[in-house]
Every structure is written in structure tokens, then in C-alpha cells.
Ligand binder design. Structure first.
Ligand code: SF4
Length: 366
């Protein structure tokens, strides 16, 4: 199969692993590389990539799973919206199971709230058209990858005068979060495997400030085993030679400028604001708010609400895991209490969550 099988071959993988071992011998110190994409985290475990790497080379899983980084405050508000009269919550499936401070959407649905799982924001618009007497609140979760499609849905609702379609925006953008992680010296990141999906929209240019200002090597990486190994190889080559630049390993999908049409859509509908990331906290300019021109589709404007102060489950260390400080194996609840069918924290819910990846693929390896 074109663009898949070529990137899964064993022999080239072993050759790359050999080069990585050689580079690590030359560098001769502990190196920590962070992957900032949940799909990378899953791929690393699925293909057993850590088994091929030298001991001193650490892959840290960062805040790349959109469901995982969504704060409890957002979940609590979504639950509060679900309680309101004549409201239907439309959401991607993962969000339903994420536990908030006191409840989850799944729990609310089992008690009568109207929660519909959709595969796109356009499906949510169709629900709005079929239910004119109700307000449909679409939970806008995700990074630069999904924000343009949600922006398009708001424009569509605006043109079609679908006034009962609202979006509760929890959208986030990557660069400010990566900057916050680099500035946290406790983590000690030597290089970034930059998110492939996000980069298809933004282009590789958005990481240049990390190389220029912080001297952090960055490589935009694809999702097949050879993509990831080659990207690690490129990062180590930069580290060995004392360079810091942005390289694009995922050239078959990512360009320097990115998808300009999608960027324009996003800019038309959203503006930046400060927002809270699970585990990292408030990061200025890292969230997307619906612009005033489209505020009639903004759930926060049309249906403002206040919820009690949010709280985390006392045993869950999702926050530390999302900052790359701990692994799921450090969590006393992992596998014993917290499982994909009974998740205690967000990182066990989504397929892209680090705890879910460990649960699914780490048997016998860790
Ligand atoms: S295993 Fe469960 S409780 Fe522990 S950090 Fe992960 S999501 Fe939280």
C-alpha cells in the first residue's frame, strides 16, 4: 500500500535504530525528546519503538491528546449545559466518558440528559435543523487540526440562519503550550517531535520560534515507524552538531506554509485567548474564542453559566503525565482501578491518551 507499507519495513527500521544508537554513544548523555501528539504516543507504543532505543534516550509524551488536556472546568460546564432545559449536547465520543469534578456526560446521559455522539460538527448542524425548538451545543474540542472545520460549521450556521446551533469552544493551539513546556526547566526537553496532524494545517513554520529563541531542535514527524525513527535520528543529529532548526520529515503531508485556506477560516471565526490546560494550567494566547461577529453562535455568550470550583481526582496524576514528568506506571490507580472501561482520569479515556496507550500496548514491555 502506497505511503504505508514503505514506512513499516523492518530492515530500514533496524538500520535507523543502529544510527540512533551510534549518535547516542557520541552524544553520551541522557536525552529527552517530547512527542506532542497523541497519535505519535499511540504509534510509539503500537510499534514497540521504545524497545529499539538506547536506555539513555527518553521519549516523553506531551499534551498532544485534545481530550486529555481539556480541563475539568470545561467538562463541568459541559455537564451543566447538559442539565439545561431544551438543550442537546453534541460531541465527539471520547468526551462523553471523561470524568469531570463530579460527573461525566455519560453519567448525565444515563440520567436523562440529551447527549448525542457525532463524528463532525456538520452532523451537529443537522441535529440543530431537525430540532428547531432545542439548542444544540457542540463541544468544540481539539487543536489547529479540528478548529477550521468547526469554524466552517459556524459560518454555515450563520449563512443558513441556524440560530439554535451553538459551539462551546474548548479549542487550543499548540505553540504556546510548547513554549510553556520549554520554559519549565524541571522537564528538560532536548527536542520536539512536532505534531504531524496539526502541522498539516499550520505548516512547519510555527515551530521556528522554538529553534530560534530557545535553541530547541524540532522535527515535524509522520506516524509510521520509519517516520518516527527517522525523526528521532534527525533530532539527535541536530543535538550532536549543536544545531537547533526546524526540519520536516513528514513532507508527504506537511508544507512550510500549511493549509492557508484552513488558517483563514480559523482566523475569520476565532481569536486567541488565555485558556487552561490540564496539568499545565493557564497559558496566555493558547485558546480559541469565537469572535464577536459570530457571538450569536457562542454558547458561553448565549448561555453564560457558573459552576463550582473544579477539582481533580486525588489519585490521578494525569497532569504530571501531560507535562512529561511522570509515566502511567507511577500512578497507583493504573490498571488496578483505572482502566479504559472505567477511566478515573482523562488520559485513560481517549485512544490518544498516554495511559490508554500504556494500557493497550505496554504488556510485558514495562
Ligand atoms: S492511570 Fe488513570 S488515574 Fe492514573 S494518571 Fe492515568 S488516567 Fe489518571
Amino acid at each position: 500500500m502506497k505511503y504505508v507499507s514503505e514506512f513499516r519495513q523492518e530492515e530500514p527500521a533496524r538500520r535507523l535504530a543502529g544510527k540512533i544508537h551510534q549518535l547516542m554513544e557520541d552524544i553520551d548523555r541522557k536525552i529527552s525528546l517530547m512527542e506532542v501528539c497523541g497519535t505519535h504516543t499511540m504509534a510509539v507504543f503500537r510499534y514497540g519503538i521504545t524497545d529499539l532505543l538506547p536506555e539513555k534516550l527518553h521519549l516523553l509524551s506531551g499534551p498532544g491528546c485534545p481530550v486529555c488536556v481539556t480541563s475539568n472546568d470545561y467538562i463541568d460546564k459541559a455537564v451543566a449545559y447538559a442539565h439545561q432545559d431544551k438543550v442537546i449536547i453534541a460531541t465527539f465520543g471520547d468526551m462523553v466518558k471523561v470524568p469531570g469534578s463530579r460527573s461525566s456526560l455519560a453519567q448525565e446521559a444515563s440520567e436523562g440528559a440529551q447527549v448525542k455522539v457525532v463524528y463532525s460538527s456538520l452532523e451537529a448542524i443537522k441535529i440543530a435543523q431537525r430540532n428547531p425548538q432545542k439548542k444544540i451545543i457542540f463541544l468544540g474540542i481539539g487543536f489547529e487540526t479540528t478548529a477550521p472545520t468547526v469554524a466552517a460549521s459556524i459560518l454555515m450556521a450563520s449563512k443558513g440562519d441556524i440560530s439554535n446551533y451553538l459551539v462551546f469552544s474548548g479549542h487550543k493551539i499548540m505553540p504556546p503550550a510548547m513554549q510553556a513546556l520549554v520554559e519549565n526547566h524541571q522537564i528538560g526537553i532536548d527536542g520536539f517531535l512536532c505534531p504531524g496532524h496539526v502541522s498539516t494545517i499550520t505548516g512547519s513554520k510555527i515551530y521556528e520560534f522554538l529553534a530560534r529563541k530557545y535553541r530547541i531542535p524540532c522535527v515535524v514527524a509522520g506516524f509510521e515507524p520509519l517516520d518516527i525513527l527517522e525523526s528521532i535520528h534527525l533530532l539527535l543529529s541536530q543535538i550532536k552538531s549543536g544545531q537547533a532548526k526546524v526540519e520536516n520529515e513528514y513532507r508527504r503531508a506537511v508544507t512550510y506554509q500549511g493549509n492557508l485556506k484552513a488558517q483563514k477560516l480559523m482566523d475569520m471565526v476565532f481569536e486567541k485567548r488565555s485558556t487552561s490546560w490540564r496539568g499545565i494550567g493557564e497559558i496566555p494566547g493558547s485558546g480559541l474564542k469565537i469572535r464577536k461577529e459570530y457571538s450569536s453562535f457562542d454558547a458561553e455568550v448565549r448561555l453564560p453559566l457558573k459552576v463550582a470550583k473544579s477539582r481533580e481526582h486525588p489519585g490521578c496524576i494525569c497532569g504530571d503525565i501531560l507535562r512529561g514528568l511522570k509515566s502511567p506506571l507511577d500512578c497507583s490507580l493504573f490498571k488496578r482501578v483505572c482502566t479504559p472501561s472505567h477511566p478515573v482520569g482523562a488520559c485513560m479515556v481517549s485512544n490518544e491518551g498516554t495511559c490508554a496507550a500504556y494500557y493497550k500496548y505496554s504488556e510485558g514491555r514495562v
